[in-house]
Design a protein around this ligand. Structure first.
Ligand code: PEP
Ligand code: CO
Length: 459
């Protein structure tokens, strides 16, 4: 059987006949080919049965039985591939997932925006400073953030460096998890110092204690240890933007009789590259991974319907996650029609809210920021709209960092515009710091608790 017989005219390189947006321009094409050929020979970072396990969980989230927490940096940097930073990032995601588990009373699927989130779409090709124009920074897989010609020149060797760092990151995360770091019996392992002095400290401790007591109660009653609480699953995701490198890591799995992108469990198509006739949609339609698609205000309902059909023609459960990112201003108007449009196709999808990318604003001083209150309001509005439309809001997609940055305004500590200058580190989008990220999870959990109580009272 031909390897492309299951899909009409698809091959890992078939995207090359379509217009590919957001690709770097490499001066040395031979060097690019060499780097891609080397990448194609390296062993995969993930395997197909992990990918299939994630797909089954995402299918459960579609039915409202699980909840997706997808989070991490806007752009990972090679420099941040350090043990301390990776462990702290994992801790934040584990803490958030613990809070969500307790509040939503359903398993949380943890998917990091990490181990490969090294390529960024940009709104312009070049950046100009003091009359000098250079190519934009497109992520560490492509070039470097410093403003010199040498740093901004796309370098194909960086793709190999990125692959190695993704492997190092994932190796460490896997070892931590296998070693018991993510054991729900020991959430104290994930203590991140800041909570001791945080306005959220007590509330978080109460959640930890209540989980510990529930586990204790269940284990004493059943006389058995809850082993499933000793080890959690962790998955990776990144924007599948740089198509030559995604292609190089796409392999045919004989046993499954399908092609998989084995560089990550769940790649997503960004908003700027979701053109129906473009190269990204062509590439994504052929891989068997569960995939995400960002859905923004620029997308029409008809376009979304076409995308859903092209990307999941067999209507496989768990295959397609729609990550809407309208912003608090537009969600009220745009989300209901999108939900109705997708329902009309008969396609099953997982709806996830990204409350970050539609809420970016620039201060009078020219600093890119996001307001915690808008982020929270978009999540809350999203839960409400899905419920009103008889749909399920099955997860959140968050940009966050373990570092104590001041990039987003607001939160329990009341960060103000004047604080942004103090610790603004992101070369791209503003991220929630650890405390703000945890606060967001707590507010989601509180809301879920309150709506359960209201439902019980109505019974
Ligand atoms: C991102 O997730 O970092 C991003 C660029 O998002 P979007 O494609 O939704 O703008
Ligand atoms: Co971003």
């Amino acid at each position: 059987m031909s390897k492309s017989s299951a899909l009409t005219n698809w091959h890992p390189a078939s995207w090359q006949s379509r217009p590919a947006a957001q690709q770097p321009r490499y001066a040395d094409k031979i060097a690019l080919e060499r780097a891609i050929a080397s990448l194609g020979k390296l062993p995969p970072l993930v395997v197909s049965w992990e990918i299939e396990a994630l797909r089954a969980k995402l299918a459960a989230a579609q039915r409202g039985e699980q909840f997706l927490l997808q989070g991490g940096d806007c752009a990972e940097s090679f420099e941040d591939c350090e043990s301390d930073k990776i462990a702290k990032r994992l801790k934040i995601l584990l803490q958030m997932s613990l809070v969500l588990l307790q509040g939503l009373k359903k398993p949380v699927i943890r998917v990091g925006r990490f181990a490969g989130q090294y390529a960024k779409p940009r709104s312009t090709e070049t950046e100009t400073r003091d009359g000098v124009s250079l190519p934009c920074y497109r992520g560490d897989n492509v070039n470097r953030p410093g403003f010199s010609r040498a740093e901004r020149e796309p370098d194909p060797e960086l793709l190999l460096r990125g692959y190695e760092r993704a492997a190092l990151t994932l190796n460490f995360v896997r070892a931590l998890i296998d070693g018991g770091f993510a054991d729900l019996h020991h959430p104290e392992y994930w203590d991140l110092g800041f909570l001791r002095h945080s306005p959220l400290g007590d509330a978080y401790q109460k959640i930890v204690d209540s989980i510990a007591e529930s586990l204790d109660f269940f284990e004493s009653m059943s006389g058995q240890r809850v082993h499933s609480a000793s080890r959690v699953d962790f998955y990776t995701s990144h924007e599948g933007l740089h198509l030559f490198s995604e292609q190089a890591q796409t392999r045919y799995i004989e046993r499954q009789k399908r092609w998989y992108n084995l560089s990550t469990h769940m790649p997503w198509v960004g908003m700027r590259t979701a053109d129906l006739d473009g190269a990204h949609v062509e590439y994504f339609r052929g891989i068997a991974n569960p995939i995400g698609v960002k859905v923004g205000a620029a997308m029409s309902t008809e376009r979304l319907q076409e995308l859903v059909q092209v990307l999941n023609p067999q209507n496989l459960p768990g295959r397609l996650t729609l990550i809407h990112r309208f912003g608090v201003k537009d969600i009220e108007q745009r989300l209901p029609e999108m939900i109705r449009a997708v329902r009309a196709t008969g396609s099953q999808v997982l709806w996830v809210c990204d409350p970050m990318h539609g809420n970016t604003e620039t201060t009078a001083a020219g600093v890119k920021t996001r307001r915690f209150e808008n982020i929270l309001a978009e999540v809350e509005t999203s839960f409400r709209i899905h419920a009103e439309c008889g749909s399920i809001m099955g997860g959140v997609h968050i940009e966050l960092t373990e570092e104590d940055v001041t990039e987003c305004i607001g939160g329990a500590r009341g960060l103000a515009e004047a604080d942004l200058a103090r610790a603004y580190k992101s070369p791209v989008d503003p991220r929630l710091n650890g405390e703000q990220a945890l606060e967001l999870a707590m507010r989601i959990a509180e809301r879920a608790g309150a709506s359960r109580r209201t439902k019980r009272m109505k019974l």
